[in-house]
Design a protein around this ligand. Structure first.
Ligand code: FES
Length: 574
């Protein structure tokens, strides 16, 4: 038997290359014995546990306990659990932005799955970029894998009000900027926004990606929404460990689960959830690893047919712990059943249709998960835009927008970079009115800022104090999944590579039409050509070395998921 053949099991897989395989096997086993395992376990199949605890990741504080529960499940099912660390990305602790490191983490995950001797792998992630990074890496590593998420935070309380990160963080900060609350009050709120282990308590990016993992079929049914601190979270971790053992030797690799039909299902669920705009980037990146292209036109077709069913913040009233108690993703998928591809295989070994049939008749709280006949909105929460300002596409969270601004034409007020924005947005002399369109340039993937969640441009202080709550805001940046407003994001091509966004000047007219799914810069092409030939005062971002240089060179557009070009699979039509 070829020791590097995939038919090898456990410690016999992927031997270190000394030019003598028997010696490599002997040496490995003697070192493994130093860990105190019995021969019986050393000869068993191995389930790797890809873990992400970190002192810089509060959301993953509960991961060590989850690891123990997964190990229980693996041992009970007769295999050897071995945890291994990979990068951990704590959203608010990374500069310039966590997205920049998602691909680095995906490479870490892929290479460590491939390089170490394991027969299946459990991926434990949670905070925004960690789940997409693990799924991207696992698809490319092509080993049976199952996702387990940390689960969401529970809510805090302040003066009788429920609070959850981080929609309420933004709500209170907006009130502070508008002068409605003072510094003492904002300080008091600070300690009640994120009060337990787990990911942000609303339908932000982390929650959305957890739900996407379940909707794609690569996490156990019901596992996305269980609160981080609930005992069920440990039970589902144990069950995930048992499942991983059943996957040993199977052909059920991530690419078999993550098919085009499964991505259509996930997009339907995303739209019904009014989930995070960031999920569009991450799903495109995960799909790209499987050779699947997510077409913006297809997103719009699904969006026009898929109702918003779930009443969660940032667009609704409730929190993730409420969605879990209301029936979770099971309730959402049951309601979407006629729109879903029911033949999709799930990691649990059943089809999606069998799952929905098995779960039929369960309790659903209709205040939180509506029926198809009485939806929150008849159309999906997100739409893809195109037009002269974004020939390669852009995203608008329709459900989070002010309805009156969805059809809007206004005068552009332009900020050439994040620094420029920070310096001038609150300047009392800024020439800006409520019906203007705020434009931020040079915040896309290839910019120095690395596509931060800066698309939620603050309302200029003088307008906020006058009661203005929302304006049309446009950028090549992203937006936190916990934010809201009439905000056009991910404009492609980005300003830093010469996109029309970089050619907008103060006073230009811009027209947004959600009905036509267009975003247009109303400037003649010859004028744009003239501006393109002008020298720019924004210094080009050209890092000389290291990961920053690799990133700048190889990161693709938001429409392509911001993956590295050299990591994508070759697209296939099916
Ligand atoms: Fe980790 Fe929000 S900061 S999920």
């Amino acid at each position: 038997m070829d020791a590097n053949d995939r038919s090898a099991r456990g410690f016999a897989r992927g031997l270190t290359n000394y030019g003598d395989r028997d010696f490599a096997r002997y040496l490995r086993k003697s070192f493994a014995k130093s860990m105190g395992y019995s021969d019986e376990l050393l000869d068993a199949p191995i389930v790797g546990i890809c873990t992400t605890p970190s002192g810089f990741n509060n959301c993953h504080r509960g991961v060590p306990e989850l690891v123990e529960a997964v190990k229980r499940g693996v041992l009970a099912a007769g295999a050897l659990p071995l945890e291994f660390p990979v990068l951990s990305l704590g959203e608010v602790f990374l500069s310039p932005t966590s997205l920049k490191y998602r691909n680095l983490m995906a490479m870490d995950v892929e290479e460590m799955i491939r390089a170490q001797p394991m027969d299946a792998v459990v991926l434990i992630g949670g905070c925004d970029k960690t789940v997409p990074a693990q799924l991207m890496g696992a698809v490319s590593a092509d080993l049976p894998a199952v996702q387990l998420v940390t689960g969401p935070m529970s809510t805090g309380r302040y003066k009788g009000e429920r609070l959850g990160a981080c929609t309420d963080c933004r709500r209170f900060w907006s009130r502070y900027r508008a002068g409605e609350i003072d510094a003492t009050e904002i300080d008091a709120v600070e300690g009640n926004l994120a009060v337990t282990a787990g990911t942000c308590a609303v339908m932000g990016t982390a929650s959305t990606m957890a739900c996407m993992a379940e909707a794609l079929g690569i996490a156990l049914p019901g596992s996305a929404t269980i609160p981080a601190v609930h005992a069920d979270r440990l039970r589902v971790a144990e069950a995930t460990g048992r499942l991983a053992v059943r996957l040993v030797g199977s052909q059920l690799t991530p690419a078999k689960i993550l098919t085009r039909a499964a991505f259509d299902n996930a997009l339907r669920v995303l739209l019904a959830l009014s989930g995070s705009t960031n999920a569009v980037i991450h799903l495109a990146a995960i799909a790209g690893r499987a050779g699947i292209v997510l077409d913006p036109a297809e997103i719009n077709r699904l969006s026009d047919e898929t109702p918003v069913l779930v009443n969660l913040k940032p667009t609704g009233d409730f929190y993730m712990e409420d969605l879990n108690a209301a029936g979770g993703i099971s309730a959402v998928m049951a309601e979407l059943e006629p729109l879903l591809n029911l033949d999709c295989q799930t990691i649990a070994g059943e089809t999606l249709g069998a799952r929905i049939a098995r779960e039929r008749g369960r309790y659903v709280d209709r205040a939180i998960v509506r029926t198809r006949d009485a939806p929150i909105d008849a159309r999906g929460g997100l739409i893809a835009l195109t037009g002269t300002l974004a020939p390669g596409g852009a995203i608008l969270k329709r459900a989070a927008a002010t309805p009156d601004l969805l059809e809007h034409e206004g005068r552009a007020v332009v900020f050439s970079s994040l620094d420029d924005l920070a310096q001038r947005i609150d300047d009392p002399r800024l020439d800006v009115a409520a019906d203007d369109v705020l434009v931020l340039q040079n915040a896309g993937p290839k910019s120095a800022s690395g596509m931060p969640e800066a698309g939620y441009l603050p309302i200029p202080k003088k307008l906020a104090r006058a009661g203005v709550k929302d304006m049309v805001r446009i950028s090549d940046a992203r937006m936190s999944g916990t934010a809201f407003g009439t905000i056009v994001l991910h404009v492609t091509p980005e300003a830093a590579v010469g996109g029309p966004l970089g050619l907008v000047r103060n006073g230009d007219r811009i027209r947004l039409s959600a009905a036509a799914k267009r975003i247009d810069l109303l400037v003649a092409p010859d004028e744009l050509a003239r501006r393109a030939a002008e020298p720019t005062d924004v210094a080009p971002y050209e890092p000389a070395r290291g990961y920053a240089a690799l990133y700048r060179e190889h990161v693709m557009s938001a429409t392509d998921g911001c993956d590295f070009d050299f990591l994508q699979a070759v697209p296939h039509p099916g």
